[in-house]
Design a protein around this ligand. Structure first.
Ligand SMILES: NC(=O)c1ccc[n+]([C@@H]2O[C@H](COP(=O)([O-])OP(=O)(O)OC[C@H]3O[C@@H](n4cnc5c(N)ncnc54)[C@H](O)[C@@H]3O)[C@@H](O)[C@H]2O)c1
Length: 393
């Protein structure tokens, strides 16, 4: 990163929504200069919005926002705001992100961005027209072990990719008493686990290997009804005893065979109802001269196999350390574990660095569209029962 010349310039931050991600984005803006002192910008928490009153109170009293509001449009019209985070439920992203672009505000929006590829394409168009910087919450890219896997594959050190698999097996909705949050309603969320979890997997596979060209998928809903919960109460891990039940109208499971444009083949799957793995996002990438394997449940480890001529070749466990990705900004020596939240601090740095330098670092809405186009093909394939080509641009 370029060293900052002289004192840092302040940048006014607006926060739209204060759920899990809104609170975490806020913490990241507060931590980013500590971990990345050379950043040319210094975030100031100007104004935060949420429709849940206790969350705005928390934003003022504990997160340190100077102002709070129930109306997200006040965040965009505030003269002290230069950049915003959009961490609302998915159905609001399109309206909020287009409005942010039209107000000339740079924005960091959570995945999957739009509920579908059309919404995501319109957000990309609005950002392009306004000339604002964008960032997207594909945080798993930033794990130091993932960065090392990226280098090993992209440099050709382990040869050409032959086949790969990616997965996100999660248990947050395995309990039928798990609350019917916005995530389980197509109108509010778009896809179910496909947008929520598989989007991360598709992004990782395309980031490391290259574009997916064709898919053949199936989707399934295994828990058809869940207890109703009001917006802004609890989170998607909430479990509710008794009460009224409402229908789940998007999928709990998605699985697919995939063909990459570069010739490799593979598969990917995601579930929010798995019992066993708890938060197992990861990949196995098999190449002509080696392989890499990563599992977020052991985020700071990478399984690496380099070469195939040795009688005893096979995976060895490589621990994350200062030579990998942004690790050295968090810990001084190897094998001192980093956390999920640290990955979001790296994302905040990339967003602010992009603004400071006027050029893109890290995942943007263009990357979100590249993922959304694959998700659309998965949706079409689950309906048609056949292979579907990923439509680009
Ligand atoms: N990158 C990741 O790893 C990751 C993890 C979790 C969630 N996400 C994404 O982040 C986004 C938010 O997820 P979450 O888990 O934080 O959700 P959440 O349910 O915890 O929070 C959503 C918040 O939005 C607020 N809200 C609803 N309507 C609003 C409105 N009109 N104006 C302002 N605020 C409003 C709610 O009151 C709530 O506080 C989603 O797009 C989700 O896909 C990403």
């Amino acid at each position: 990163m370029e060293a900052s010349n002289g004192p840092r310039r302040p940048i006014g931050i607006g926060m739209i929504s204060l759920g899990w991600m809104g609170r975490l984005h806020s913490q990241c803006y507060k931590r980013v200069n500590y971990h990345f002192p050379q950043l040319a910008l210094q975030p100031r928490l100007v104004i935060a919005a949420d429709t849940a009153s206790e969350r705005v109170e928390f934003a003022k009293d504990d997160l340190g926002y100077a102002e709070v509001t129930a109306d997200w449009r006040e965040v965009l019209s505030h003269p002290g705001v230069d950049a915003v985070s959009i961490t609302a439920p998915n159905y609001l992203h399109h309206e909020m992100a287009v409005a942010a672009a039209e107000s000339g505000k740079h924005f960091w929006v959570e995945k999957p961005v739009g509920r579908n590829s059309l919404e995501t394409a319109e957000i990309l168009e609005a950002a392009g027209k306004a000339g604002v910087i964008t960032a997207v919450g594909f945080n798993y890219r930033h794990a130091p072990a993932v960065q090392r896997a990226y280098e090993l594959v992209r440099s050709g050190t382990i040869g050409r990719v032959v086949h790969a698999r990616g997965m996100f097996l999660n248990d947050h909705a395995a309990d039928p008493r798990g609350a019917l949050s916005w995530r389980f309603q197509r109108e509010l969320s778009g896809y179910g686990v496909t947008g929520d979890l598989l989007s991360h997997v598709v992004d990782l596979l395309q980031y490391i290997i290259g574009d997916i060209a064709e898919v053949n998928s199936l989707m399934a809903t295994t828990i058809a009804e869940r207890p109703v919960v009001p917006m802004g109460v609890g989170d998607h891990f909430a479990v509710i005893e008794g009460g009224e039940l409402g229908p789940v109208d998007n999928e709990d499971y998605v699985g697919a065979l995939v063909r990459f444009g570069g010739g490799a083949v593979g598969m990917c799957e995601a579930s929010r109802v798995t019992v066993g793995p708890r938060c197992q996002i990861g990949f196995d990438i098999f190449c002509t001269d080696g392989a890499v394997s990563w599992d977020f449940e052991r985020m700071n480890e990478l399984q690496v196999c380099i070469g195939r001529s040795d009688q005893d070749h096979g995976y060895r466990t490589v621990l994350a350390g200062p030579g990998m990705g942004a690790y050295a900004h968090f810990q001084p020596g190897p094998a001192i574990s980093m956390s999920y939240d640290d990955l979001k601090v790296i994302e905040a740095m990339l967003f602010l660095r992009s603004i400071a330098e006027g050029s893109q670092h890290g995942a943007s809405v263009a990357d979100a569209l590249a993922t959304a186009e694959v998700l659309s093909a998965l949706g079409r394939s689950a309906e048609s029962g056949t292979w579907e080509v990923v439509r680009r641009g």
